[in-house]
Design a protein around this ligand. Structure first.
Ligand code: SF4
Length: 392
């Protein structure tokens, strides 16, 4: 099955993080079209390449080197193709290779495996990128081509549902006791996330998912607005629960002491995380309504600031230089590529080998993030070590 032909269940594994919390979201989302972004199409193309590489590695009789080379040639005709895909899919196959080589015996491998988890989620099924079984361990590995949001494997509901489906399919043949989940997100600097749990823990999650899925399938339970929960919800622009929640966060301040404390600042920042994103979503929706000729009281659509563009830049430049108004050199500026563009052009390895010695890391601008962020906290305070160095 082509990756873009995958059909979706009402309670899909990829949206499980949402319907597990906000059980009413699944039925509400049904009213909105499931649109595919350019980024998603790009991800589909990268997945197709990744799938062929894994098949070529584990089963060259099925996908030979020649077949793979031919497929890559075809992929390159796609307008969304980028040579970077070859490097990023290599990272994925390298990870799978590393995991499988360390095992005491050759694992049983399934690529792009349709998994049925309907014992836990009504009509639940999905497609796992790679499943491996060796001894008493079930591996579920997922390739994510996104470069925006890092996805953690830890208690990842999508992966756990795939694991439940894979477990149900193989439990008669294999004495599964351990589950290992791996997510490879090669476009992120720290793009590999792994997590392990026991079969008992997986089944406990299964029981919880079953309870929540029954509510979600019936459109019952509760709305649970939150930044992460609502982020990719198709109802997010019009959902009343999210709207009320954000309005409350922005305006319902209760009693107003003259100064807020650091604790209150922390709590309010946490509570208001989604307010700005929600305002943007609401503006987008109101604009589309105005443009469709519908009235949104108090608002209207207008033409934004106009910008100028040449109808024929070459002809204009020629006229300017030929008539002696300006010299050609003045009309063009020579700009260096950014470091990232140079690296993308020549590839990571050649970049590191050729000019790695000229690269230095400048400290990043201090940024406020949530305490759960993996990076180390920084302060402006001078440490005893630094003060001592200064005195010397
Ligand atoms: S927008 Fe948020 S609160 Fe509303 S249905 Fe979607 S996930 Fe639930």
């Amino acid at each position: 099955m082509g990756h873009d032909e995958r059909d979706h269940a009402l309670l899909s594994a990829s949206s499980a993080h949402r319907w597990l919390k906000c059980t009413k979201s699944a039925r509400l989302e049904e009213q909105f079209p499931d649109t595919t972004s350019e980024a998603a199409k790009e991800g589909t193309l990268a997945h197709e390449l990744a799938e062929l590489k894994v098949r070529n590695y584990f089963n060259p009789g099925d996908v030979s080197k020649r077949k793979l080379t031919f497929a890559i040639k075809k992929f390159k005709e796609d307008p969304l193709w980028d040579d970077e895909m070859l490097i990023h899919t290599d990272t994925y196959i390298d990870y799978i290779r590393d995991v499988s080589i360390k095992l005491p015996a050759t694992p049983f491998v399934e690529v792009e495996k349709r998994v049925d988890f309907s014992d836990y989620v009504p009509e639940g099924f999905g497609t796992a990128d790679c499943i491996m079984i060796q001894g008493n361990t079930l591996f579920v590995i997922d390739f994510k081509y996104g470069k925006g949001v890092p996805v953690s494997a830890e208690e990842n509901p999508q992966m756990m549902l795939y694991a439940l489906g894979a477990y149900e399919a193989c439990k008669i043949l294999y004495p599964i006791e351990r589950i290992r989940l791996g997510i490879v997100q090669p476009r992120l600097p720290d793009g590999i996330s792994e997590w392990e749990c026991t079969l008992e823990e997986l089944l406990q999650f299964g029981a919880y998912a079953k309870e929540r899925a029954t509510l979600a399938f019936a459109g019952e339970g509760e709305f649970a607005p939150g930044e992460k929960t609502c982020k990719f919800c198709r109802a997010k622009k019009q959902c009343r629960a999210r709207s009320d929640h954000n309005v409350k966060m922005a305006f319902n301040l209760g009693e107003l002491p003259p100064l807020i404390t650091k604790e209150e600042a922390g709590q309010r920042l946490l509570a208001m995380r989604d307010v700005v994103a929600y305002q943007k979503d609401l503006q987008e929706w109101a604009l589309s309504e105005c443009l469709a000729g519908n009235e949104v009281p108090g608002w209207k659509a207008v033409e934004g600031r106009r910008s100028r563009d040449w109808t024929d830049m070459d002809a204009a430049f020629e006229k300017l230089t030929k008539s002696g108004v300006v010299a050609e050199e003045i009309l063009w500026e020579k700009k260096p590529l950014t470091m990232a563009q140079v690296e993308k052009t020549i590839g990571k390895k050649d970049f590191a080998d050729a000019v790695g010695e000229f690269v230095t890391q400048k400290p990043g601008k201090p940024t406020l993030v949530e305490a759960s962020d993996k990076r180390h906290a920084i302060t402006n305070k001078v440490t005893a070590q630094e003060a001592f160095k200064e005195e010397n």
